[in-house]
Write a protein that binds this ligand. Structure first.
Ligand code: AMP
Length: 575
């Protein structure tokens, strides 16, 4: 049991931004990072001196040093992709561990005591491997992550929906940087039940940026005749990201990137005006993709739009007016947007963390969830003389409310077959080779009999943390065997966690109190790249005088020079 005096962190580990929160006096509170900001970019960069930078400074370096910087690695969680940053190889798990570690340190600095446990949110569509990798990343960051909850479920907790007295059904639409989730929830007498969840793991605010960028890249290609250097693309992309956000409040914006260094050493001044209507035409295919999972989730929940009482919008990208309009049109009601859309999930994680720590300030809640993927085994079938193998036989269907336990009976296919291989897959395809293998084991001791005579019951039990237990029973002998699927792709053994932890500790980090200085410099350098003429000269001088102040090591003059540099960088950003 966790003592209420050692609270558990609630962490939203986002594709673009991450947040950390705790429950204080019954209210979820977002904790600031070393720069005083509530949102920490999920960005990692290796600095020129080999030290690791996380957050805003790393994000700024995506412009000046794209080859040393990793962004949006949450999209690759659970895969073997290796990010090569300035000669170092880091996996999505390592990169996530670095972000989690920095959030833990921020929380510790804000509250003055250590933390060793966290509730971390993941998209509803994350599969087993991704959830397990998230847990492992937590362990490497020095945080025990017992409880992983779906982001939309966390959002509902943040809105306090579990405290509603009246029964109600609602949809949570969560459009973040890289993922889109739709969850249909039902609240009855203080319990939240997830009726269905659907989503698109490859659709988010980033895609809206890519749509703005695509015609610009074509234009650059026409200018320079071939593919552009990464640095030019990174600069153009950053300008599109800013334009997209400004378009949420303005009907027309300008994209200006002077002196883009194109292929073949050509320089190009990018100047483009874009109207909201024009952007929305570019975004139409993405908006259609938003509708698909909404229809699917409602179908799975066997509900019609008009049967829903509420619609919640969360995720930074729901600030886009076209997304609000789409939701209003589909559901025939104005969605709730009272909480900052990028903070609601972290707040909900803190509520869940409070529940877990038995904080008396939160009422008891029984939350059920649904299996995001169908789970089943590979089976074989004899068609005449041919044995067809690798058929996916579902046992626990996608959308099943969990915790759940389901059993299916299978029979032997061969004469005197004494063993079967139970290969567990997740996915939605009829053929196993298109689904993901989670684990494999052999059941022996089947009595020798003619084909089809021996029956084997296979039971899948799936719990709220995504742990799958497989139990096989040979019906004629009653012999039973139980396995927890351990061989999940990406799962680390304890000694591997230890090794990864040691590798992380070998990395060099900037001292926390130097981060505001390092970030100011990285941001100014990123701005410097964009400028020309007099503005560039003035910023260059200011950067030089800040470096001088840093060398002087006199805290008050460093702080003064930093404030001046930050003010100028910000002024030039808006220019
Ligand atoms: P999240 O993962 O919830 O932090 O959402 C991040 C996404 O929200 C990114 O793609 C941001 O560009 C996007 N976003 C944040 N603020 C705005 C805004 N004002 N307008 C449009 N998109 C935004």
């Amino acid at each position: 049991m966790t003592n209420a005096s050692t609270p558990i962190l609630g962490i939203d580990l986002g594709t673009t931004y991450s947040l950390v929160a705790v429950l204080q006096n019954g209210a979820p509170t977002i904790l600031p990072n070393a720069l005083g900001a509530r949102l920490t970019p999920s960005a990692v960069s290796i600095d020129d001196d080999g030290a690791v930078l996380i957050g805003a400074a790393a994000l700024a370096r995506a412009i000046t040093h794209p080859e040393a910087t990793a962004l949006a690695f949450k999209r690759d969680m659970g895969t073997e992709r290796a990010y090569s940053l300035a000669g170092r190889t880091l996996t999505p798990r390592d990169l996530s561990a670095l972000v989690l570690r920095s959030l833990r340190e921020d929380a510790e600095a804000a509250l003055g005591h250590p933390f060793s446990e966290a509730v971390v949110t993941v998209p509803a569509y994350f599969g087993d491997a991704q959830r397990q990798t998230t847990r492992d990343a937590g362990a490497i960051a020095g945080l025990k992550v017992d409880r992983i909850i779906n982001e939309p479920t966390a959002a509902a907790l943040a809105y306090g929906l579990h405290r509603r007295e009246r029964e109600c059904k609602l949809a949570v639409l969560d459009l973040g940087g890289g993922t889109f989730d739709v969850t249909i929830l039902e609240i009855i007498e203080g319990c939240i039940e997830v009726l269905a969840s659907a989503g698109d793991a490859r659709l988010g605010g980033e895609d809206f940026v890519d749509s703005l960028l695509a015609p610009i890249l074509l234009e650059l290609q026409r200018e320079a005749g071939s593919e552009q250097p990464r640095r030019a693309i990174a600069r153009a992309r950053a300008a599109c990201e800013a334009a997209k956000c400004r378009l949420s409040a303005e009907s027309e914006v300008q994209i200006v990137v002077p002196g883009l260094e194109l292929a073949g050493g050509r320089r190009f001044d990018l100047v483009r005006t874009i109207e909201r209507e024009q952007a929305e035409r570019l975004w139409r295919p993405l908006l259609e993709r938003i509708s698909d999972p909404i229809f699917r989730a409602l179908r799975d929940a066997r509900l019609r739009f008009e049967q829903l009482d509420e619609v919640l919008l969360v995720g930074g990208a729901t600030r886009m007016p076209c997304v609000v309009e789409l939701a209003t049109r589909l559901f025939g009601r104005l969605p709730q947007r009272d909480l900052p859309p990028d903070e609601a999930v972290a707040m909900g994680a803190a509520v869940q963390a409070g529940l877990k720590a038995n904080d008396a300030s939160v009422e008891e809640l029984i939350a059920t969830d649904v299996a995001p993927f169908t789970l089943g085994i590979a089976s074989s079938n004899r068609l005449g003389s041919r044995l067809v193998t690798g058929i996916f036989s579902p046992i626990l269907e996608r959308g099943t409310v969990i915790p759940a336990s389901r059993v299916e009976r299978f029979t032997t296919v061969d004469e005197n077959q004494t063993q079967i291989v139970v290969a567990v897959y997740q996915g939605e395809h009829a053929s196993c080779d298109r689904n993901q293998l989670l684990g494999k084991y052999t059941v022996c001791g089947i009595p020798r009999s003619p084909p089809g005579e021996e029956a084997i019951d296979i039971r899948f039990s799936y719990d709220l943390n995504g742990i799958l237990e497989v139990e096989t029973t040979i019906v004629s002998t009653g012999h039973r065997a139980t396995t927890v699927i351990e061989e999940r792709p990406g799962k680390l053994r304890p000694e591997q966690v230890k090794d990864a932890l040691a590798a992380l500790q070998r990395l060099k980090f900037h001292p926390r109190d130097s981060l505001p200085n390092r970030t100011a410099l990285a941001r100014a350098e990123a701005r410097f790249v964009d400028l020309t003429g007099e503005e560039r000269r003035v910023l260059g001088e200011m950067i030089a005088s800040f470096r001088l102040a840093l060398e002087g090591q006199e805290p008050s003059s460093i702080a003064e020079a930093r404030e001046r540099l930050n003010a100028l960088t910000e002024a030039l950003r808006q220019a």
